[in-house]
Design a protein around this ligand. Structure first.
Ligand code: NAP
Length: 256
């Protein structure tokens, strides 16, 4: 039986969203995009007042309701408290964007166990903790969306980032497994793998290395946080309801 076609909608009116690591960069751009589409957005940072500028950006863009919360995603207690607060205030969570991430770069022979553990603890274990805290409730809403921010480095590897690449590659396997478990509950789970996006994280890369990277990007420019926000908005929208367990590479063609 065929159903008549209708245009997909990108409106997120009535949805409650959580963006971890929304104090700047990619997380802030995603929070602004989701709020601009009508979602009530909870933004997190590890610091009190860390998301103040994000809330201002959301207001300036005419976004719907937004809130700033403090949470270190590597801390099970803080994540539990975060879930309690969000679910009490919004009554549900529809859209979960696991964006918080760190780097502790260094060549493998010099990489400390602490640098490995910290990156895995935030970028992979942190995503596990946040998903765990919200998955049961999201399953009840049906139509829930989990978007995990990975990296092209999780696909290709990168000298000097064994810890980060391991965490981001792990995120792909984790997300596919979760996608299989939650598909029947109407929750999709996908990864966005950005290439080089101009943020505080990449500002630390030496200028010469940045020039070399730019030369390897067919699009001829570095990505901007809004490029990733657009992909997140799509994956959160009705238009992407039949997409799950996928990794969407957004890198200007760098790794094709
Ligand atoms: P960024 O500018 O350094 O921002 C990182 C965000 O993560 C900040 O909001 C920070 O919040 C938060 N954060 C860090 N540790 C946290 C923790 N333990 N708990 C909660 N929040 C924490 O980085 P970005 O470039 O926007 O990157 C965002 C995501 O995209 C990361 O997952 C990153 O790995 C990924 N990514 C970035 C690029 C790129 O080229 N920029 C490429 C591929 C993937 P506070 O400091 O305010 O606490």
């Amino acid at each position: 039986m065929s159903t008549s076609p209708s245009a997909p909608t990108f409106s997120l009116a009535g949805k409650a969203a959580l963006v971890t690591g929304a104090s700047r960069g990619i997380g802030r751009a995603i929070a602004v995009a989701l709020a601009g589409a009508g979602a009530e957005v909870f933004c997190t940072s590890t610091k009190a007042g860390g998301c103040a500028d994000t809330l201002l950006a959301i207001a300036a863009a005419g976004g719907a309701k937004a809130h700033a919360l403090v949470c270190d995603v590597a801390s099970p207690d803080q994540v539990e408290q975060l879930a309690k607060t969000v679910l009490e205030q919004a009554g549900k969570l529809d859209l979960l964007i696991n964006n918080a991430g760190i780097t502790r770069d260094g060549l493998f022979l010099r990489m400390s166990t602490d640098d490995f553990d910290q990156v895995i603890g935030t970028n992979l274990r942190g995503v596990f903790l946040v998903c765990k805290a919200f998955a049961r409730s999201m399953a009840k809403t049906r139509g829930g969306r989990i978007v995990n921010i990975g990296s092209v480095v999780g696909i290709s590897g990168n000298a000097g980032q064994a810890n980060y690449a391991a965490a981001k590659a792990g995120l792909c396997g984790f997300s596919k497994s979760l996608a299989q478990e939650l598909a029947g509950r109407g929750v999709t789970v996908n990864v966005i793998a950005p290439g080089f996006i101009a943020t505080d994280m990449t500002a630390a890369i030496p200028e010469e290395a940045q020039k070399t990277m730019l030369g390897s990007i067919p699009a001829g420019r570095f990505g901007e946080p809004k490029d990733i926000a657009a992909a997140a908005l799509f994956l959160c929208s009705d238009a992407a309801s039949y997409i799950t367990g996928q990794t969407l590479v957004v890198d200007g063609g760098m790794t094709m």
